[in-house]
Design a protein. Sequence first.
Length: 449
Amino acid sequence: MNKFITTIIFLTILLTVFSCRKSDYTTISGDYIVITDDGNGIGTTTWSKDKKYLLDGFVFVNDGQTLIIEPGTVIRAKTGQGSNATALIIARGAKIIAEGTRENPIIFTVEGDDLEGSVPVMSKGLCGGIIILGNAKLNTDANEAMIEGIPYTEPRGVYGGNDDEDDSGILRYVSIRHGGTNIGEGNEINGLTLGGVGSSTIIDYVEIISNKDDGIEFFGGTVNCKHIIVAFCGDDCFDFDNGYRGYGQFWLAIQDVAEGDLISEHDGGSDPITGTPYSIPVIYNSTFIGRGNDILNNLMIFKENAAGKYANSIFINQGKGIEIEYKENRKNSYDQFEDGNLEFRNNIFYQIGNDSINEIFKVFGDDGVDVSQQNTIFRNYALSANNLITDPGIEITDNTYLIIPSNNSLGNLCEYPDPWFVQVDYKGAFGNYNWANGWSLLSQSGFIE
């Protein structure tokens, strides 16, 4: 009898050990659960607020797996460049459910960040970002591509497909900080990379702050994004490629006065340039704040047959305005303007260069190509489309942006083209309520009021 009882006890202990055993992708280091990936992804799992997580290397959620992140969870990433870079990648066919709240946002930051000032707000390139890959259409011949920001030898980096309603999950009340690690040869990771992400994916109340490369880059797809903050990034705030056709509303972009290129870069196709579907993002109620009207950066550029539509928005404080490309012998962004796919309607511009229509709206071509006629047509259109050059009442001091305008109802408003958009009676990303308060690092650090 004693031998039988001893055997039962031994088997019970074994079962307990194996049932409680950690997943193969996790180890414990001090107080942290260290997350790595041996090629099998991290499995379907949940990360919770009461634990500390540290990403080490490229960590994938593989096809068929789902990562759930509970409100208030903080995920830190190891520093490192090149082969030692760290990033979280949601592969095609996988999902991330990261649904924070205003009181308990989900935070992605760098190892060593105590969230109390140990890492300066403007610090960039300390870790990687988040890459989400989906099955929506691209405008490449193959309708698939390898995403930038991870090694091209990684087969899980493929994105694109034929499902424009693809669902990669949810990002809500998420702050992504201090990313942009360089993996080699100038290949830096964006704060949030969206490759072929479909319209059933939800992205709402997301902040990308102090990324070394772009804030958000869209590679094709149809994902819609609301309540987006991009601040103090080293390159572009927003970048559009490969046939992106989603909607955007309530976007705030603030450039670092010391560095940064365009607030938004619009590229059409690459293989081929004239590929369809065309890149036509539709963006309403954005507030874009540049580096200063004495620095010769553009507000935005459209090239390589890119299109896009902006309405009911505010653009201020940049040295140069909007430029669209004209080509004599192939389809181009000026053609997209003539076809009605490139529009600016009912927007406010202020402190863009010398605040003249000639500074804000330009057509550019190859050296020696006369684009004076195209410039005249583009500028006449801009005036007829109720774009105003006037002060919206956004005050900028040395370290603070008073982002709620005093004059954001100036002029007429465009009607909203789809029920997805919230119907509001003001221009820019904010009415009388600052939706960025509390949960964003930009607010917590006192940069916006």
